[in-house]
Structures are given as C-alpha cells and as structure tokens.
Design a protein around this ligand. Structure first.
Ligand SMILES: CC(C)(COP(=O)(O)OP(=O)(O)OC[C@H]1O[C@@H](n2cnc3c(N)ncnc32)[C@H](O)[C@@H]1OP(=O)(O)O)[C@@H](O)C(=O)NCCC(=O)NCCS
Length: 155
C-alpha cells in the first residue's frame, strides 16, 4: 500500500515523539526545554497550532506556531533527517502559515541558531529576511538570528 505524507494537527499521542525530535534535532547541546509536558501544553493552547507531518504511524516532522494579533511566532520546527530536502518543510510551513493569513496577521517571526545555516537558508527561501543577531540567545551560549516574513493580505 502506498503511504503519502499527511499534515494534521497533533494530538496528545504525538507529544512524546515531538519532544524527542526537538531534543535530537533542535536542542542538541542545550538544556532540553521542549519536553513532553510542554508539547502537550502547546497542543492544548487555543492560540497555538502544533502540526505534524506523518506517514502511516511514522512522525516525519512537526511545527509549532503561536498566533497573536499582529504576529505569529514559529516556536519549533523540524523534519526528520532521512526525509529532508523533499519539500516537506516547505509544505508544513505553508500549512501553519495559512491560518495567519486568514486571520490578517501581518508578519511571521522565527529564531534560528546562528550556526544553523541550513535552517536560515530554508527560512530565507520561504520569504523570511534576517532582522538581527542576538548574542547568547540560547542558554547564554549560542547566538540566534531573528528572521521575519511579512504576509501580504492578497497572497
Ligand atoms: C530546516 C528544515 C526544517 C528544512 O526542511 P526540509 O524539508 O529539508 O526543507 P525543504 O525540502 O522543504 O526545502 C525548501 C527549500 O529550502 C532549501 N533548503 C532546505 N534545507 C536547506 C539546507 N540545509 N541548506 C540550504 N537550503 C536548504 C531547499 O533547497 C528548498 O529550496 P527551494 O525551495 O529553492 O527548492 C530541516 O533541515 C530541519 O529539520 N533541520 C533541523 C531542525 C531545524 O534546524 N529547525 C529549524 C530551527 S527551529
């Protein structure tokens, strides 16, 4: 049977897998802050979407977007290494971006580790531009690059 990747809202059963992916692929070298309980809390938050991209029972990636009045913040985002460079990140980000456009939110914000050039290039390809670098943003150890994307209501 051919299985295709599906994007959907996360349920509580996804929380442990998301937390494990955050520890392995995003928070490496830092304190593990996105543990299962914090992910569960985000899943229950009304103004937050936790989205997963799955294939059968397998978790391929996830993203957490917090929506506010004028901005939305992409708090966490990753695709499993074996499934990168196939457009899944682009599709997942567009899925999370859509409610922001519908709600008339003006801009998206995200931070990436300054040494994570792959993610920075990925975000730039999705229309983000670098705003500033914040020294020691992550646990006082690693600099962050802040990026922003303006959303056009007509897009
Ligand atoms: C960043 C990340 C989410 C990209 O996901 P992906 O599924 O591989 O990205 P896509 O295949 O959708 O790529 C979309 C575009 O970004 C570009 N891109 C993606 N990863 C890239 C990389 N490492 N270096 C350069 N360009 C990259 C692709 O070439 C593609 O460009 P195109 O649209 O011009 O063809 C993934 O590499 C990842 O999970 N990284 C580890 C976690 C992380 O850093 N998260 C972000 C910080 S919270």
């Amino acid at each position: 049977m051919l299985l295709l990747p599906v994007i959907r809202l996360a349920t509580s059963g996804d929380a442990a897998g998301i937390a494990a992916m955050s520890r392995s692929f995003i928070e490496q070298g830092l304190d593990w802050s996105w543990r299962e309980e914090r992910v569960l809390h985000a899943i229950q938050e009304r103004a937050t979407n936790v989205a997963v991209i799955t294939e059968g029972d397998g978790l391929l990636g996830f993203g957490i977007m917090q929506y506010r009045d004028e901005t939305a913040h992409l708090a966490l985002f990753a695709i499993r290494p074996s499934r990168r460079n196939r457009g899944l990140g682009r599709q997942l980000l567009a899925w999370l971006e859509k409610p922001a456009r519908i709600a008339g939110i003006e801009r998206l914000r995200v931070e990436a580790r300054a040494d994570n050039t792959g993610a920075i290039v990925f975000y730039e390809r999705q229309g983000f531009r670098r705003v500033k670098t914040v020294p020691g943003y992550y646990s006082g150890l690693i600099d962050a690059v802040k990026l922003e994307k303006r959303l056009q209501p007509t897009d």
